[in-house]
Ligand binder design. Structure first.
Ligand SMILES: Nc1ncnc2c1ncn2[C@@H]1O[C@H](COP(=O)(O)OP(=O)(O)OP(=O)(O)O)[C@@H](O)[C@H]1O
Ligand SMILES: [Mg+2]
Length: 275
């Protein structure tokens, strides 16, 4: 894996919402290399999730990509058939969202669900898939992974479930991982642990990470670059340190003001400090 290779390139992506008859996302561009992280911030309804859904090839009905190009691991996604998209999703690009419980089957032990992904997507035989699932649970720092493997979703806390979902998302060694409000529902301590885990996976597995969050502190902690969205448009974009220290746009300043009382400073280096 060469560090200068971009694993995802989005160029001028625009999405139309036929339900509201307006533009949902306008001209989003960015690219990421292995091990890089991009934060997407902005108020509710600004188009963050819709952007991610376009990257995953699962836009809701009545939403349409009207312009731009999405290239994932060197492949132009416009050329992909439905079947090719299905093969790509989960293997090359993967995602975790808020409310992990909704993405798990309540009647199947969590380890089995990861085992199943490995069987279906990687074609591993059961015994190997099971060992790999246990090792993935260990990778996401679940203690007693052999025991947790057989637990049902209702037996686990929100933080544990999010770890299971992250294990499932990285099971097939994707190049790109999207975390859309993945820590929003968790309490502060657990949120910090999950963010730490994501950073570790990014560095260790060379994942390109896209982190969507309302919380600028989350982005400040793990993202190299940040993209600020408002009403579907990108109002500001650049290195996280620069954007959060020295915002150019009034809207970014507004977002920052809202966050200052939550202690954003502790995640930022002093202005002008060396990398
Ligand atoms: N499944 C859907 N069906 C119809 N409209 C949708 C759907 N998902 C999002 N929208 C609309 O698309 C626009 C962008 O929504 P999006 O979910 O991308 O916002 P967001 O930035 O992720 O907000 P939040 O911070 O609340 O998650 C909004 O007007 C929203 O109402
Ligand atoms: Mg959203």
């Amino acid at each position: 894996m060469t560090a200068d290779r971009t694993v995802i390139t989005v160029d001028g992506l625009s999405i139309y919402n036929h339900l509201h008859d307006d533009v949902a996302v306008e001209s989003v561009s960015f690219s990421l290399r292995p091990g890089q992280a991009l934060g997407i911030v902005g108020e509710s309804g600004s188009g963050k999730t819709i952007t991610c859904r376009a990257l995953l090839g699962v836009l809701p009905e009545l939403f349409e990509v009207t312009a731009g190009r999405i290239e994932i691991d060197g492949r132009d996604t416009a050329a992909l058939s439905r079947r090719q998209w299905t093969a790509l999703r989960g293997t090359t690009i993967s995602a975790v969202f808020q409310d992990p419980a909704t993405y798990l089957n309540p009647s199947i032990p969590v380890g089995r669900q990861i085992e199943e992904i490995l069987r279906v997507k990687k074609g591993l035989p059961r015994r190997e898939a099971r060992a790999a699932a246990v090792s993935l649970l260990e990778t996401v720092r679940i203690r007693d992974a052999e025991y947790v493997f057989f637990q049902y979703p209702f037996e686990l806390s929100g933080g544990m479930l999010q770890r299971v979902l992250i294990a499932a998302a990285v099971a097939c060694e994707p190049a790109v991982l999207i975390a859309d409000e993945a820590t929003t529902a968790l309490d502060v301590t657990v949120q910090a642990e999950i963010l730490d885990l994501l950073t570790d996976l990014k560095d260790r597995l060379g994942l390109a990470l896209i982190v969507v969050s309302h919380d600028l502190a989350v982005v400040a902690q793990i993202c190299d670059d940040v993209l600020v969205m408002r009403s579907g448009a990108v109002v500001e974009q650049g290195p996280t340190e620069r954007v959060l220290h020295d915002p150019e746009h009034e809207y970014t300043r507004l977002l920052l003001d809202e966050h200052h009382r939550f202690g954003l400073e502790r995640f930022l280096r002093p202005a002008g400090a060396a990398e």
